[in-house]
Design a protein around this ligand. Structure first.
Ligand code: HEM
Length: 402
């Protein structure tokens, strides 16, 4: 069996690091099975400096699931749960079966670039007697005037993000994680999402969202000098507890797109809302997708070609005191609502070293009304502390829980 280890940046294609020569195999996969396709063989390492599911390219399928600890569950049981979850994640990401009683749902498939990521919500710390270890960055996000949040689908003591390029592999991981929760934690909410499948386009390109826009163009890149300090908590920072070293904060928002209204707009109106061309993501000031946006350019009548309230103008770091975040979303579609409109949009997930310096100031501005706000509605929200990756033989969150 051929297996490839993949590491890529969000929105870009995976970069092949090397072959892992069939050292591990899906437990129930017959020896005579035909070689996996490159899609199924994609493997992301569980152990590392950062948890998986942050720097890798977007996967085709995703599940977000939040858990609350059950009554009477404390630090010891929580530590045992994180140990179980980490072992399951390590096994499944390597293409092995679950810890016990594997359901065979992912049988015949490779890991398909599966990633499983774990985070802690605000409530976790009081429940486990660890309040002193709660990062100040987990303080609840401010209320935004346009929020229409469903509390039952927001927050949670624990958060798990699952991504894979195959729907059955992703579901298999979701069930294994839910079963591992056992008597320790129960599901608070779950959301399911998707992105374009790898190979669907002739060459890898920035993903499109359900409004049809290229979304992710201006994401910070690991090659940039300030990438790490913007996205990850430093080894020894004054603000964060030591257990968050190399971790990151995830802001999760279920953002409904008001697609009936959006689709009634003409192309020019849609492009003015964002400030970029729909066809190729180029700024309205000209050039191609990667060309720098000229914020001052005017047309013959003296009007700004990138409108003053365009989403891509308002959200720029240079318009927000340097605020930058890594956006790594999934789209969602949960059918048609009671009032006959699509229940579809973006599971917006952004990663940053400090939410108060990244998501919050940008969302404050959007809340005052950029051109896009009229066509979206924030329906659920979560903020999670995602510790650094587990070293070999360790589990995620060990520095907090032991
Ligand atoms: C840029 C769409 C919500 C922050 C963009 C772009 C699009 C887009 C098409 C331009 C291409 C790019 O650089 O990626 C959307 C949609 C949203 C949404 C459809 C809701 C459904 C948000 C939210 C935030 C945000 C809630 C943060 C509070 C940003 C940032 C940029 C951006 C930081 C890049 C700005 C730059 O560096 O030039 N978004 N966005 N977006 N968006 Fe959004």
């Amino acid at each position: 069996m051929t297996r490839r280890r993949l590491l890529g940046t969000a929105g870009a294609s995976g970069l092949v690091l090397g072959a892992a020569g069939g050292a591990v195999g899906y437990a129930a996969r017959p020896a005579e099975a035909t070689p996996l396709t490159s899609l199924g063989a994609g493997e992301v390492m569980f152990h590392g400096k950062h948890q998986p599911g942050i720097l890798q390219r977007l996967q085709a399928r995703g599940h977000l699931v939040a858990f609350d600890l059950k009554p009477g569950v404390g630090r010891r049981e929580a530590a045992a749960l994180l140990r179980r979850w980490s072992e399951t994640a390590r096994r499944l990401m390597a293409g092995e079966g679950a810890r016990q009683d594997d359901t065979a749902v992912a049988r015949d498939a490779g890991p398909s670039s599966l990633t499983i990521t774990f985070g802690f919500g605000h409530g976790f710390f009081a429940r486990t007697g660890l309040e002193k270890q709660r990062p100040v960055s987990l303080d609840p996000l401010p209320d935004f005037s346009s929020d229409r949040l469903d509390k039952a689908r927001s927050d949670g003591d624990l958060w798990v993000q699952i991504g894979a390029d195959d729907a059955l592999v992703a579901f298999h991981a979701l069930r294994a994680i839910q079963r591992d929760a056992g008597l320790a934690a129960s599901v608070r909410w779950q959301m399911n999402g998707f992105n374009r499948s790898p190979g669907a386009t002739a060459s890898p390109m920035t993903a499109r969202n359900l409004m049809g826009q290229m979304d992710g163009t201006r994401n910070p890149k690991p090659s940039e000098a300030d990438f790490n300090e913007r996205i990850f908590v430093p080894d020894s920072g004054a603000k964060d507890p030591a257990w968050m070293a190399n971790g990151s904060y995830a802001v999760v928002r279920r953002i409904r797109m008001l697609l009936d209204d959006w689709e009634r707009l003409g192309l020019k109106e849609q492009e003015d809302v964002v400030g970029r061309r729909k066809s190729d993501g180029a700024p309205l000031s000209g050039g191609s997708e990667k060309t720098a946006m000229d914020l001052d350019k005017t047309d013959a009548a003296g009007n700004l070609v990138v409108p003053i309230n365009a989403h891509a103008r308002i959200t720029r770091p240079d318009q927000n005191g340097g605020a930058a975040m890594l956006r790594r979303p999934f789209s969602f579609h949960d059918g048609i609502d009671g009032d006959g409109v699509p229940d579809a949009g973006l599971l917006f997930i952004c990663w940053q070293a400090d939410p108060l310096r990244a998501f919050v100031p940008v969302q404050r501005k959007l809340d005052r009304g950029d051109a896009l706000s009229e066509y979206v509605r924030h329906e659920a929200s979560g903020l999670f502390a995602v510790p650094g990756g587990a070293a070999r033989g360790e589990y995620v969150g060990q520095a907090l829980l032991e």
